[in-house]
Design a protein around this ligand. Structure first.
Ligand code: ATP
Ligand code: MG
Length: 334
């Protein structure tokens, strides 16, 4: 039986929607890979558990950076393993709809489609992520009104104005939540000579960081290693230290949105001011971000009820109309 599916191959998480079934896969975009054979041994969170526990030849691989594939072979292997995981066989000649950052270059778009085809898709279509998000939110994407979507992901931050079935204005930065994690890790290294891993810095961001100047200050005890000797070390991290570390990046994200609004055709900008900004992507959950974005753009901001799930939700909804929505996919095929 033919199986159509949608895949949001995100920098931090991969989500898969199977037509007729809904969301069937939602895992970190990582694989545990055998360095000798490049075989995928485990996917997602299971991959982290595998490293160090089994053999020395297994490492963690993240095939995407800043919303784009950086390791083509691994991306293909991961997609193949994911298709197998969700029970879609090559024999069923699945059609795959892939969401892609609106800022992706034509080379990046081609690479994504090719990876999906090599992984077993009989055909691959693309859909711009802000458009998928708008569809997931049930916004009137085909009408002559402008809807503003801001997607703050792990690798990219994109502001798009959507109208008449297309993205009519776009400002995208290759800066996302993962860059905030890095900035936090860099700051701890400079201040305390402590080196921490990616997952620890992400945890600090989620638990302690805030971009609200009035936020209640929090303190976290962070375990890492001393830079010189590699000995275990503990540092106390406060909200203000973390806030200082990420401030410039957050400012640039907000400026990007403001630029998108000021560059968009005036009639759409009017709609935006009236309708407000729809904020999606996990980065939108950063404490105080909604308020800062509203203040920085002078436009009301609505955080989506399920900010990390609306893109795949919207793409999944499109699977019912693959034929009728061809113009949307062609628009993304640039
Ligand atoms: N409560 C939170 N506070 C701050 N950041 C958060 C929170 N929850 C999730 N995030 C961040 O959101 C990001 C993941 O969001 P999302 O799943 O939308 O990204 P993605 O789709 O994988 O990335 P991209 O679209 O850029 O390729 C991560 O950087 C994560 O740390
Ligand atoms: Mg995303």
């Amino acid at each position: 039986m033919a199986r159509d599916l949608a895949i949001d191959f995100g920098t931090s998480a991969t989500r898969v929607y199977l037509k007729g079934r809904g969301l069937v896969y939602d895992e970190p975009t990582v694989a545990a890979v055998d360095t000798r054979t490049r075989e995928v041994r485990a996917l997602g969170s299971e991959a982290y558990d595998m490293v160090g526990r089994t053999t020395h030849h297994v490492v963690i691989v993240k095939p995407l950076r800043q919303g784009a594939i950086t390791d083509f072979d691994m991306a293909e292997r991961m997609l193949r393993a994911i298709l197998a995981r969700v029970g879609v066989s090559r024999m069923s000649r699945p059609r795959v709809l892939l969401t892609v950052p609106a800022a992706a270059t034509s080379i990046e778009r081609r690479a994504l489609k090719q990876a999906a085809r090599r992984a077993g898709a009989s055909s691959a279509f693309l859909l711009d992520a802000p458009m998928a998000g708008a569809i997931g939110l049930g916004l009137p994407v085909h009408d002559p009104v402008g809807s503003v979507i801001v997607d703050v992901g792990a690798g990219t931050s994109e502001a798009g104005v959507i109208s008449l079935g297309g993205v009519v204005a776009l400002k995208a930065l290759r800066v996302g939540g993962r860059d905030l994690d890095r900035a936090i890790a860099d700051s701890l290294r400079h201040r305390f000579d402590v080196v921490i891993g990616d997952r620890v810095s992400e945890r600090i961001k989620i638990d302690v960081a805030s971009v609200d100047p009035e936020a209640q200050p929090l303190i976290a005890e962070v375990h890492g290693r001393l830079t010189g000797t590699g000995e275990p070390a503990v540092a106390e991290v406060t909200t203000s230290v973390v806030a200082a570390a990420i401030e410039d990046l957050v400012k640039s994200m907000i400026e990007g949105v403001a630029t998108c609004l000021s560059d968009s055709p005036p009639e759409f900008a009017q709609d935006a001011i009236f309708e407000g900004i729809h904020l999606i992507g996990g980065g939108g959950l950063l404490d105080g971000f909604v308020e800062r974005l509203a203040a920085g753009t002078s436009v009301p901001v609505h955080l989506a009820a399920n900010p990390v799930g609306v893109v795949i939700e919207g793409a999944g909804r499109c699977l019912d109309d693959i034929g009728r929505l061809a113009p949307l996919f062609q628009a993304a095929d640039r």
